[in-house]
Design a protein around this ligand. Structure first.
Ligand SMILES: Nc1ncnc2c1ncn2[C@@H]1O[C@H](COP(=O)(O)OP(=O)(O)OP(=O)(O)O)[C@@H](O)[C@H]1O
Length: 750
């Protein structure tokens, strides 16, 4: 169907009354210019121009060409509008969306697509016969069309189906997907629905199994509070084969899940399917860093379990403490996206717990549910308010859209009362609650941060859109003892001076900028040392006192100490490029540390260089997100018998806690220096002192989720430096909204 035919066609006109999404005047203005979709050649030229200007990727134009070829093979005249939408859908997948919601796209084209990009290069004129005309933006092109026109064109194309045919594009309602991503979403939604529908041995509050669960919960949770949300979460998650436990930092997700696993093992003996055997449980996280962090915290929590008081004869070995990465769990293979474990070779597991689930994209989650036996229980843990995964999807956020209000049905509330002896607060009840709502629990009290903690209050203000003038004044002053906005008194600071301030802060951590010079803080009855910068780990490294003859164990111990000290401070940036991004700041901070004589050099490889692995390397056993530090270590002798030193990067050995792996820099493939890290990459990590750098102007990546994630990476100290004071307030007013159909399918899309 050609575009001209659309406007001549009465049917199209009937449907195509002025779309509520597109203003008439905007449309009229666009109509005055030549139609860039008038012909296939014009459309292809337009896409080519956008690609040349780096607005869209070669992959996106390549996908549009594939749709064109496919249409032609089917004897169909390729429809320019379909090609355009195909390229834009592919572009959006590259930006983390699972699909395009056409209604939203037409309503806010430029914002939805983030086009033109912030750093847009000039695009050469597209219409050769009109040398002066500017290439239209996607927004201008889309302003000429309407939702009904798009739907008519897509429905008429052989490249599009509702999913029943193996077409490259799938249209569900007004959501347009690349087939692969539609399939992922279907797989995930199907796996959740199936598990929610499975009958549970614990559904009947009068059963022996439920009685045992109730006894176990009474032993594990002894809070005197009227509502213990950890206990509620534990009960809900025990009842079904799918559940989500979400909560902010330190709300007790790990504690709750350890109690949950103990409670489940206590009832295992009464599960007819288990015939008295305990459950096989696996714990996993999306990155090595996140797995290591859970590894650290889970061991202690398991050891504190009152196992001897639990029913069901649960022993320590029944509760796993080893956390693996999802890639390792599924058995990743070099050079292929296929995992060793899949539908045909499922995991030997009864219960799988995934921590930091906000970082899991739809591709990986689809592989997880593919490899999970149908009756296996899946438990997702994470903070719903954090940034979504780097790749497509926002699974945890989607599943938890209604978590704050819970929407528990009266039936769920009755069951909870019977099992936990607690009444669900009335404002969390809803007799229209959906099945998914009954499987989602939100932890609401932070045990790590005290009530007066600035980090807690600032994160909450950002998260709940209550970052007001009073809070800004308090972090400027600073009124809190753990938070400081270092240049908050300067609305439009000089860029060079601010960048120099960041470098200086990165050296020392500027303890005297915090209230009481960062001294005299006591956390959980222990005095807290003042905040530090990178000088701490570099001094430890430079003054180690080891010699060429020192045993390997001493070098390992030094590396463990230096890696720990490095974790005490981290600069986080919103952006990658430019002076305010990781690339600019890594370079600048390294040169500053060189000038301070803390580094021997600031380019290439040098002792002291901290590196972040940016892609999984299965041969070396290094995972995306792993951090190593470069050392000069003794390695053999020269011809005169003198010891020689070489550079080796020390990584924590994920297979042996406290161990170190020394890897030659030349073997490392994908990495970057990590004096500065993007907030995206910092997910799943926590640092004693975190400094968040916001740039001098707003950009689409600066969102509430980003600022919240940045603040909540700080365990004890948080500092903020802004290129422009306004940017903080503007950033928290922007939200990450990722197009997806998961919540819609599961009936929890509010
Ligand atoms: N019910 C509780 N009563 C007292 N202390 C608790 C309780 N729950 C958790 N804690 C303590 O609070 C701290 C944080 O708990 P935990 O590590 O379980 O939280 P988390 O939500 O997993 O944290 P993170 O944000 O690191 O993922 C721990 O020191 C833990 O012992």
């Amino acid at each position: 169907m050609s575009r001209t035919r659309h406007s001549d066609n009465q049917f199209a006109l009937d449907l195509g009354e002025d779309s509520p999404m597109t203003g008439q005047s905007e449309q009229n203005m666009a109509m005055e210019k030549p139609d860039p979709l008038a012909s296939l050649a014009d459309t292809e030229a337009l896409l080519q121009h956008w690609q040349q200007a780096d607005w869209i990727r070669p992959l996106d134009t390549g996908f549009a060409r594939l749709i064109r070829d496919l249409s032609q093979e089917q004897g169909e005249k390729p429809e320019p509008l379909v090609l355009l939408l195909a390229a834009l859908t592919s572009h959006q997948v590259g930006r983390g969306h699972v699909c395009i919601d056409l209604a939203i796209l037409l309503n806010e084209s430029n914002h939805t697509l983030s086009l033109p990009p912030e750093d847009a290069r000039a695009v050469p004129p597209v219409m050769s016969e009109e040398p002066d005309s500017e290439t239209p933006t996607p927004g201008e092109v889309l302003a000429r069309t309407t939702l009904p026109e798009c739907l008519v064109a897509l429905n008429a194309s052989q490249a599009v189906s509702a999913g029943e045919l193996s077409t490259p594009l799938v249209l569900n309602d007004a959501r347009l997907y690349l087939r692969r991503f539609w399939r992922y979403e279907q797989q995930i939604a199907g796996a959740i629905e199936t598990r929610l529908a499975l009958p549970s041995a614990l559904a009947d509050p009068g059963s022996d199994a439920t009685d045992t669960l109730s006894q176990a919960l009474a032993t594990l949770f002894q809070s005197s509070e009227p509502v213990d949300y950890q206990k509620l979460a534990c009960a809900l998650a025990a009842r079904q084969r799918f559940s989500v436990i979400t909560g902010g930092p330190g709300t007790g997700k790990t504690t709750t899940v350890v109690n949950l696993l103990a409670a489940l093992q206590a009832v295992a003996g009464e599960d007819p399917e288990r015939a008295g055997r305990k459950y096989r449980i696996r714990l996993a996280a999306p990155t090595g860093k996140a797995a290591a962090r859970l590894n650290e915290s889970i061991g202690g929590a398991v050891r504190r379990l009152p196992l001897d008081q639990l029913p069901g004869q649960v022993v320590l070995d029944d509760i796993p403490t080893k956390v693996t990465t999802l890639h390792r769990l599924l058995g990743s293979r070099p050079d292929t996206r296929q995992f060793r474990n899949n539908r045909d070779n499922p995991l030997l597991v009864d219960i799988l717990v995934i921590d930091e689930a906000s970082m899991v994209d739809v591709d990986l989650m689809a592989s997880v549910v593919d490899a999970l036996p149908e009756r296996a229980q899946l438990i997702l843990l994470g903070d719903k308010d954090q940034l979504a995964s780097v790749d497509a999807g926002a699974i945890l956020g989607e599943l938890c859209q209604r978590a704050a209000d819970a929407h528990y049905t009266p039936e769920t509330a009755d069951w909870l009362r019977a099992v936990t002896s607690m009444a669900v607060p009335a404002d969390l009840l809803d007799d229209q609650g959906q099945p998914l709502d009954q499987a989602v629990a939100m932890l609401r009290k932070s045990y790590r941060f005290q009530e007066e903690s600035g980090i807690r209050q600032l994160a909450e203000a950002v998260n709940t859109n209550t970052l007001d003038a009073d809070m800004l004044a308090r972090i400027r002053q600073p009124a809190f003892d753990d938070v400081v906005w270092l240049n908050g008194h300067t609305p439009r600071p000089d860029a060079e001076a601010t960048l120099a301030q960041i470098c200086q802060h990165a050296v020392t951590g500027t303890p005297n900028a915090f209230a009481n010079q960062g001294e005299d803080r006591v956390i959980h009855n222990r005095p807290l040392p003042p905040p530090v910068g990178y000088r701490q780990y570099l001094e430890l490294m430079n003054n180690h006192g080891l010699c060429a003859d020192s045993p390997r164990a001493e070098w390992d111990a030094l590396a463990v100490g230096v890696l720990e000290a490095f974790n005490d401070f981290q600069v986080l940036c919103a952006l990658r490029k430019g002076p305010w991004g990781v690339e600019g700041l890594n370079d600048r901070i390294a040169r500053h540390l060189l000038a301070e004589k803390l580094l021997p050099r600031a380019e290439g490889w040098y002792a002291g260089r901290p590196v972040l692995i940016t892609g999984n390397d299965y041969n070396l056993g290094l995972m995306n997100g792993d951090i190593g530090i470069t050392f000069s270590v003794p390695w053999g002798q020269d011809d005169n018998g003198e010891p020689t030193f070489v550079l080796r990067v020390a990584f924590p050995d994920s297979d042996s806690p406290g161990g170190i792996r020394w890897i030659s820099p030349s073997r490392l493939q994908q990495l970057e220096t990590v004096f500065a890290m993007t907030v995206h990459k910092s997910q799943g990590s926590e640092f004693n002192h975190t400094c968040l750098v916001l740039p001098d102007r707003l950009s689409p990546v600066l969102t509430k989720e980003l600022v919240y994630t940045g603040i909540t990476r700080a365990k004890n100290w948080f500092s903020l430096i802004t290129g422009d004071a306004q940017v903080l307030g503007e950033a928290v007013n922007q939200r990450v909204v990722r197009a997806s159909g998961l919540g819609i399918r599961l009936g929890t899309n509010d």
